[in-house]
Ligand binder design. Structure first.
Ligand SMILES: [Zn+2]
Length: 453
């Protein structure tokens, strides 16, 4: 007997590329019935036209810092509330604790969502004692980092992430020496946060292309929207498309907001940044006391950088038009880049997917609805090598997000960055109902998904 039968819903079918009005049954964590009949089930849910989607896969986010949260989940709950069932942390070169600590935590306590993780290059630099972001690593440090990286890959990390803008001293030699243990491996990934944004973003992408070519490891260009949405989006996408035609293995993610966010103390906010973005101090918003929800003045900006460098800042600097162009491009996956500290931060961590569906697919109709849904399900699942996730078919994992196409919309805003979205009716993880009408029922069904190395 089925565990659940969903009747009256519209199933997202990526094979026929349409919404199909059929019934869907799950049992023992798998999708095991699709059709017109109504086989016996322990529970039947009448969905009244709601969309049954594969659970959303967030290929770019930042996991919680367990030392700050006291071991509780924070962003993983926001992820689940917006329909994510698998999330990938460790992006932009940064792990918020070691991979081992994080995996042990998820193994012991379970997690609101399935997790995967990159090993962060900048965190590796810190682990071997290099706290100077502006110098290249020494030969000895590179050998030490390499050993740690291999250890973490053996634990099951998905690959290595770079955050060049936060470690400007990192050289191509360092990158190549470090990645040598997995050159040519198609099962793992490299990802990178740009070295430069705005007027120098194309140059930053050229660097990533070099790395992708030399290492022959599939590469993920991170948060295109935050680095190239300054009037050069078309040009950037054309360039990436041409490299892909030349068989450079590139993929791209972007989030649906015209503001980015990172720590106010980071190198991103070095002198010259405001001129580069064409804005004034008041484009920068701070998130914690004593400047909670305040826009910067020159004095506040420098005081925060000096005295509260770990505080998250939100920079309202990108062009909305470029965001739309990025999201509509067939190359681009949608991912949140969500990041919180003390429950504060950019609303993307709690709103990205409902916002993409509600605002861009439904209201602005930037592209075909079914095609657009692949950007948050099938495309990231394939890039991650998750063969049993990202689409609805017999035998696939029963990670499902069920939502109302008319109602879905983000509710998180700047100043209240974790407000849950509306319109998500149910989330199933591994065949278990973990969210019902916006309420989280279970937060322990997620696992750490390991990659074999
Ligand atoms: Zn980043």
């Amino acid at each position: 007997m089925l565990d659940y039968l969903f009747t009256g819903g519209q199933v997202l079918d990526f094979e026929s590329n349409e919404l199909r009005s059929i019934h869907l049954g799950i049992q023992d964590g798998k999708i095991c019935y699709l059709g017109e009949e109504k086989p016996a089930a322990k529970e039947v849910l009448e969905l009244e036209g709601k969309i049954i989607s594969p659970g959303f896969v967030d290929i770019h986010m930042h996991e919680e810092e367990l030392a700050v949260t006291g071991g509780d989940y924070d962003i993983a709950l926001a992820m689940l509330s917006m329909g994510v069932t698998t999330a990938v942390g460790g992006n932009c070169g940064n792990n918020r604790q070691s991979i081992k600590e994080f995996i042990d935590h998820v193994d012991q306590k379970g997690s609101p969502v399935n997790y995967m993780s990159f090993v962060g290059h900048n965190s590796l630099r810190q682990r071997v004692g290099n706290n100077n972001t502006k110098r290249a690593s020494t030969e000895k440090e590179i050998q030490q980092m390499k050993a740690l990286l291999v250890e973490d890959l053996k634990l099951g990390a998905v690959g290595l992430s770079f955050g060049f803008e936060y470690a400007t001293g990192a050289t191509l030699e360092e990158v190549l020496a470090l990645t040598e243990p997995f050159w040519g491996r198609k099962t793992h990934l490299l990802s990178a946060h740009y070295r430069y944004d705005a007027d120098r973003s194309l140059e930053a992408i050229e660097e990533m292309v070099q790395i992708a070519k030399k290492t022959e490891i599939p590469f993920l260009i991170s948060h295109l929207s935050s680095c190239s949405a300054f009037g050069m989006m078309e040009e950037t996408l054309t360039m990436i498309r041409n490299y892909i035609k030349d068989e450079v293995d590139l993929a791209v993610d972007a989030y649906p907001y015209a503001a980015f966010s990172t720590l106010i103390g980071s190198d991103v906010f070095e002198d010259g940044c405001l001129e580069r973005w064409g804005v004034d101090y008041d484009a920068i918003e701070l998130t914690e006391a004593p400047y909670e929800n305040m826009r910067c003045t020159k004095e506040i900006f420098y005081d925060a950088r000096e005295n509260y460098p770990e505080m998250i800042a939100i920079a309202h600097v990108m062009r909305e038009e470029d965001i739309g162009i990025a999201l509509a491009d067939p190359l681009v996956m949608v991912a949140s880049d969500g990041l919180y500290r003390h429950h504060k931060g950019h609303p993307r961590g709690a709103g990205t997917f409902p916002r993409f569906i509600g605002r861009y697919l439904r209201d602005q109709k930037i592209m075909d609805f079914v095609e657009g849904m692949k950007k948050i399900t099938l495309m990231p699942a394939e890039r991650l090598g998750l063969e049993n996730k990202g689409r609805i078919a017999l035998g696939m994992d029963a990670d499902l997000t069920i939502f109302s196409q008319e109602e879905i919309m983000d509710q998180a805003v700047f100043g209240d960055g974790q407000r849950p979205p509306k319109g998500i009716d149910y989330v199933f993880l591994d065949g278990v109902m973990v969210l019902e009408k916006g309420k989280i029922l279970r937060q322990d069904k997620g696992k750490f998904i390991r990659k074999d190395f």
